[in-house]
Design a protein around this ligand. Structure first.
Ligand code: GDP
Length: 444
């Protein structure tokens, strides 16, 4: 999960202030020291940390904070605002060409996630804008890259232009662009070669492609898990190619957050997208304000809602709501719901987007084992059609048969049915506008 360590440390530091009530300058100094250490430990660039702490300290010892009735909250607000600023204030949209196609060139080191991101971006443009993108396979040094792009292209039904490994990348791009013009593609995404480190030959090749293609956007892909090295790589590429934006990948595995917090300040280039998983849909617009809230453990409801909208079938959701109201929600519906939730990604990550849940101690002891869902599914699969549609008929002998069929203990079957019935009750109440008892759902 992204930024776990940093969130915890920041929350601890600020939590101490909450207990104090009125604050003195010495209290502020102490908390700034802790925030500074937390950021350095998160691998944030030291110049960025220095500047950040200076600003937050100056703002925090102002009279309006120390004399306010809620100084700790005021400081959280300042930290939140300054984190947002460090990451670039507002989401930066893709640069678009006034006439088609918009040309996007992907650059980055090998393994950073360039090829995957090229396909994720094509898919995003296709599904969200109804666009007709084309991908160009310009990485001729890693033969597998061409196949990888072709496979991904097939998966998302986006054409991939490739000429194998014997033609120069510049020539491939030239012919690819001609084809895109002919086919009236509105976006062209060029995948280029990477190396393990920045080297002169690679940079020259990328410069040649840039000169030829005149891209509207040069997106540098960097691996967030590499922390400060990602920042150095970004400086290196930016110095040679003057990139227009950064895609931060593998944020799902980045527990520290140093790259996300440093890249914008150090390079002056906006983070436009973030990769948060290996699935084709795991690419999101980078919103500095939402990210700041997430880092502070304040949740990210907006992203959660967007995620749900994207992964959720609206018609199906409405049908479910109707069923809940009528109390006709059965085990078949339950299966569908469970599958939709599974599609949204790991349960821990989803729950942490809810305000207050990021470092909630109750969550620490909760174990969201994906196997639990599989066990529940096994139990449902062992029910007959009639049983799934009429859970009320599940008498002891039927339950025993289901337990034997699914290979799960009878207690587990009983517990699952009990929980299903409680949930059904709750849903009925909530969908009829009665929220009493919601607390039980999270409390026990
Ligand atoms: P390239 O050499 O830069 O083209 O890198 P690839 O696109 O081949 O990606 C390298 C590896 O990183 C692959 O296994 C990808 O599935 C994985 N990857 C890319 N983006 C992400 C991400 O956002 N999260 C995770 N967990 N893995 C990613």
């Amino acid at each position: 999960m992204a930024f776990e360590g940093l969130t915890e440390r920041l929350q601890n530091a600020i939590g101490k202030l909450r207990k104090k009530g009125k604050l003195t300058e010495a209290d502020v100094k102490e908390v700034m020291r802790e925030i500074r250490l937390a950021l350095l430990e998160a691998d944030v660039n030291f110049k960025v940390v220095k500047e950040f702490i200076k600003t937050v300290r100056e703002r925090s010892i102002g009279a309006e904070v120390l004399e306010s009735l809620t100084p700790a909250q005021q400081i959280v607000k300042i930290v939140d605002e300054e984190l947002t600023k460090v990451m670039g204030e507002e989401a930066t949209p893709l640069n678009k060409s006034p006439k088609i196609p918009t040309i996007i060139m992907m650059v980055g080191l090998q393994g950073a996630g360039k090829t995957t991101t090229a396909a994720k971006l094509a898919n995003k443009l296709k599904t969200e804008e109804n666009a007709r993108p084309m991908l160009i396979a310009g990485d001729i040094y890693r033969p597998a890259a061409i196949d990888q792009l072709k496979i991904l292209g097939q998966e998302i039904d986006v054409p991939v232009f490739a000429l194998g490994t014997d033609v120069s990348p510049v020539e491939i791009v030239k012919q690819g662009l001609a084809q895109a013009k002919e086919n009236h593609n509105d976006y062209v995404i060029i995948d280029t070669a990477g190396r393990l480190q920045i080297d002169e030959t690679l940079m020259n090749e990328l410069s040649d492609i840039k000169d030829l293609a005149q891209p509207n956007e040069i997106l540098l892909t960097v691996d967030a898990m590499t922390g400060q090295s990602a920042v150095e790589v970004a400086e290196g590429f930016n110095g040679k190619l003057d990139v227009t934006g950064v895609v931060l990948t593998k944020l799902d595995g980045d527990t520290r957050g140093g790259a996300a917090l440093s890249i914008r300040s150090v390079t002056g280039k906006p983070i436009k997208f973030m990769g948060q998983g290996e699935k084709i849909t795991d690419l999101d617009v980078f919103h500095p304000d939402r990210m700041a809230s997430r880092i502070l453990g304040m949740g990210d409801m907006l992203s959660l809602i967007e995620k749900a909208q994207r992964d959720y079938d609206e018609e199906q959701a409405l049908a479910m709501q109707e069923k809940m109201r009528e109390n006709s929600f059965d085990f078949n519906d339950f299966l569908v719901q469970m599958e939709q939730v599974q599609n949204m990604g790991p349960m821990e990550d989803i729950i942490k987007m809810i305000p207050g849940m990021a470092n909630n101690p109750a969550l620490k002891n909760m174990n969201f084992d994906p196997k639990d869902l599989e066990r529940v599914k096994a139990i449902i699969f062992s029910m007959t059609r009639q049983e799934r549609e009429n859970p009320d008929i599940l008498n002891p002998s039927r339950r025993r048969r289901i337990a034997a069929g699914s290979g799960r203990p009878i207690q587990e079957v009983n517990r699952m049915i009990k929980q299903f019935n409680q949930m059904k009750d709750m849903m009925k109440k909530v969908s009829n506008g009665n929220f009493d008892g919601m607390d039980q759902m999270f409390g026990s």
